[in-house]
Design a binder for this molecule. Structure first.
Ligand code: ADP
Ligand code: MG
Length: 250
């Protein structure tokens, strides 16, 4: 959660446009700045471009024009080392995508060992610290199939954090979960926010937005219609579209 209003920019979009094919203008002149330590919730109707927006930040989706920056690295530049960029940007998807044939511990240590060349003992130790943070110390040797959805998603978060990213992106991290498991994942995300992690979170969990977000973006047909505080968004949305949306999700 952001405390220092003078913090520097961590994610920046300048006039970003993206099309799918020739006709589908999916991101329309996006301008956006997320400061270090800020938590930004992205909401909006299905198909409005939320996933596309956050996927462009680590180049899972290329863009046509404009600039996207993470810290002082321009993401959409041919000179940027995409693998290096992705080390700095953790991504948690709706579906956990854990490696089914690896234990929880191995899932978390794989990238630090292979990509960061971390020593196994150090990677194991870090993984155990992360498992403690997400409340799963007792699951280090379990396989994903033997965990609940909520537990798997918490492992996925720990795995993302194991790369020591500067930014964590979440794309509907709780929408595939049974209702009783949503809270435990949101709690881990809230704890993470409190450590000062810069986060962009696509979610329909408006309670989380209200409680944890510094800002809420409302996207509609590829445009940011609102970019404001949760307080302002929930009590006095500026657009009719946001009002309609809130009626449906609250
Ligand atoms: P959201 O996450 O808000 O539901 P998306 O970013 O997934 O929206 O999608 C925005 C729009 O772009 C939707 O109309 C979707 O059908 C379309 N779209 C998404 N991915 C692709 C793709 N790979 N190719 C073509 N169209 C896509
Ligand atoms: Mg989506």
């Amino acid at each position: 959660m952001m405390t220092d209003t003078t913090s520097k920019s961590m994610i920046r979009f300048a006039n970003v446009n993206k099309w799918y094919g020739r006709d589908h203008h999916v991101l329309k002149d996006i301008c956006l700045e997320v400061r270090t330590g800020e938590v930004v919730v992205v909401c909006g109707p299905s198909g409005s471009g939320k996933s596309t927006l956050i996927r462009t930040i680590n180049q899972l989706e290329p863009v046509k024009d404009g600039e996207i920056w993470v810290g002082d690295v321009q993401v959409n530049s041919t000179r940027t080392n995409i693998n290096q960029l992705r080390e700095n940007v953790g991504f948690v998807f709706q579906h956990f995508n854990l490696y089914p044939h690896l234990t929880v511990l191995e899932n978390i240590t794989l990238a630090p060992i292979q990509v960061k060349k971390m020593k196994k003992a150090e990677a194991d130790e870090q993984a155990m610290e992360l498992l403690l943070k997400v409340g799963l110390s007792n699951k280090r040797d379990a396989y994903p199939a033997n965990l609940s959805g909520g537990q798997q998603q918490r492992v996925a978060i720990a795995r993302g954090l194991a790369m020591q990213p500067k930014v964590m992106l979440f794309d509907e991290p709780t929408s595939a979960l049974d209702p009783e498991m949503i809270g435990e994942v949101l709690k881990v995300m809230k704890d993470l926010a409190e450590t000062g992690m810069t986060m962009m979170v696509v979610t329909h969990e408006m309670g989380f937005a209200r409680e944890v977000a510094d800002r809420v973006l409302f996207l509609e047909q590829g445009e940011i219609l609102e970019d404001t505080t949760p307080e302002a968004f929930f009590t006095a949305p500026k657009t009719d579209r946001a009002r309609q949306f809130l009626k449906q999700v609250l």
